[in-house]
Design a protein around this ligand. Structure first.
Ligand code: PMP
Length: 394
């Protein structure tokens, strides 16, 4: 049987990581893989998470199964974190999932089950796992314009035009904040316009939010999903705790299905539990429990917020420093978009040849589509990157 398997395409980012590892240069710069790194290049366990782990170690008396959809305390904590007061508890069905990816997968399974002919609309470009999972599930998909290659901002006109062609019942996948891979995001008033269009065309929003707290702050980053929860009859949200709690390998995510009509919640909740059962039975609990502890304890929550805000403002400072360095070198403001982008990533807008040139001549490693992980920079490497960008003629 195994001989019938065919090789799957290599993961671009993993092969980039290997090339970086094998590069002997001392001043090489890793802007590839999508994890947060501090100025020393480390991805530390957050203080509050470490404290919660100790608390858990001391107080946890059983590792027996939770509910099929995970722990209700976790659902509530995540509903409040993502949605605030935008939806009442009885309007939200929720399930713990293995990371944000698990939530995305389960959301797509739900869509396939409830509405098999719905097309899932993706931003061009988007996180490559989105189309990859949709293709794997054999679901119809389409793209809407999103990134404007000239301004490196959002092509909002193109986005509205393309979504206008969607049919009632289609699903529109939106990045809640900190768009991956581009860093270009909708403004609050653009979210409102999108909400208006979705409702008028009877389209269903599906928000993937993996970087809440990495852009303009926890509440500002959740403006989009909160506005949609208030205005749309139904929506799906896949949230990840990997980045904002730094618990990547623990695999903590949540899928929420929001309905204006609370009488639908019990059926949806049962379906989410059923879908968990079919795919992996009980979801992982450790990371979810850490998140619940941190969010539910005033001191831990305050400490987490402080550390998260340090991460966020550190990345904003790196963005500004890089934009300033490029302003000086080019005598122009054409790289100011780097300071406008939010989150861990920015798409520089370099060609593949320019990306290769920066790697070969300056030891700068970014994804071939010119996505840079801003958290891979520090005070020493910002000028090196700015030199590399100018030398490559970007
Ligand atoms: N969505 C987006 C856009 C992401 O960038 C990521 C992380 N790379 C995820 C979802 C999910 O991450 P995880 O499964 O590690 O929680």
């Amino acid at each position: 049987m195994f001989e019938a398997l065919t090789a799957q395409p290599a993961d671009k980012i993993l092969s980039l990581m290997a090339a970086y590892r094998d590069d002997p240069r001392d001043d090489k710069i890793d802007l590839g893989v999508g994890v947060y790194k501090n100025a020393l290049g480390e991805t530390p366990v957050m203080r509050a998470v470490k404290a919660a782990e100790q608390m858990l170690w001391e107080t946890e008396t059983t590792k027996s199964y939770t509910g099929l959809a995970g722990d209700v305390g976790y659902h509530n904590a995540m509903r409040e974190l993502v949605l605030g007061t935008a939806a009442a508890p009885d309007q939200v069905a929720a399930a713990a999932t293995p990371g944000g990816t698990g939530a995305i997968r389960q959301a797509l399974e739900l869509i396939k089950m409830a509405s098999p002919s719905a097309t899932v609309w993706l931003s061009a470009p988007t996180w490559p796992n989105h189309p990859s999972i949709i293709r794997y599930l054999g679901m119809p998909m389409a793209e809407y314009r999103y990134f404007d290659a000239t301004t490196r901002g959002v092509d909002f006109g193109g986005m509205l035009t393309d979504l206008d062609a969607a049919k009632p019942g289609d699903v529109v996948l939106l990045h809640g904040c900190c768009h991956n891979p581009t860093g270009a995001n909708l403004t609050a008033s653009q979210w409102q316009e999108v909400a208006y269009l979705l409702k008028a065309k009877q389209l269903i929003p599906f928000v993937d939010i993996a970087y809440q707290g990495f852009g303009d702050g926890l509440d500002a980053d959740a403006f989009g999903p909160r506005h949609l929860a208030k205005t749309q009859p139904e929506m799906l949200i896949a949230a990840s705790c990997s980045k904002n709690f730094g618990i990547y390998r623990e695999r903590a995510g949540v899928l929420m299905a929001v309905s204006q009509d609370p009488s639908k919640t019990a059926l949806t909740q049962g379906t989410l539990a059923h879908l968990n059962r079919q795919n992996y039975s009980f979801p992982p609990d450790h990371g979810a429990r850490l998140v619940t502890l941190v969010l539910g304890d005033d001191a831990l929550r305050a400490d987490w917020l402080e550390e998260l805000d340090g991460i966020r403002t550190g990345m904003l400072a790196l963005r500004q420093n890089l934009a300033d360095a490029l302003r000086k070198r080019t005598n122009s403001d054409r790289f100011d978009f780097l300071a406008q982008h939010r989150g861990m990533f920015s798409r520089l807008g370099a060609t593949e040849a320019q990306v290769a040139q920066m790697r070969e001549n300056h030891g700068v490693y970014m994804v071939s589509d010119s996505r840079m992980n801003i958290a891979g920079l520090n005070a020493q490497s910002v000028p090196v990157l700015a030199d590399a960008i100018v030398a490559a003629g970007v």
